[in-house]
Design a protein around this ligand. Sequence first.
Ligand code: AR6
Length: 201
Amino acid sequence: MCLSQVAYLQLSRIRLITMCPGTIALKMGDITALKVDAIVNAANNSLLGGGGVDGAIHSAAGPELLEECRSIGGCPTGEARITRGYRLPAHWVIHTVGPIWRGGSHGEDDLLACCYRSCFALAEQHGIKSIAFPAISAGAYGFPMDRACRIALREMASFIEKDCSAEVFAVCFSQRAYQSYQNALNLPPAIPRDRSRQSSP
Ligand code: AR6
């Protein structure tokens, strides 16, 4: 059983808790490669590109994405804007601006939750059924990874409770992010591949 399958099974517990057929899957890898209805970009207020996942998305989508972003004229922190995906396999890109971590007493948790809610609101408006998120704010913006993943999972679970046909992917670009999602679920670490093989019937 590979790591992502283990995570998927573990996350299916959320499905059981919410009594809902919607899914949340944990996925290691590069969000720009995913063929989903929409991927989420962790952007900045200008929406004019940057480093991290923002840079990767702009570079994979091509210059048309920057042109459309320019026409939007920016986005406040906690809100989201939608564009087409251009050369990406994903049809849409939802750009959201996470809070910069300033110690935790400046409304960072609420603003981060708002990012997820704003993205889900746009997903609903556009009939988006599969959506992939990076760990918003947990890179250059310095939000502690464990805390960011707890907020992300809470908002994802609350969305699939409402939209039972939605598929939500929490994309982990590092083992650290993957571990944080596991911590958020309060689950034991995944069984290493060799041991899981030995214990199979
Ligand atoms: N696929 C999935 N996740 C990724 C990828 C990728 N290709 N690349 C990075 N990540 P960050 P932020 C993860 O810094 O903290 C930009 O310059 C990364 O490992 O991209 O919200 C913007 O323009 C981390 O876990 O976004 C803003 O100025 C997560 O994505 C600023 O950075 C978020 O890291 C936004 O900072």
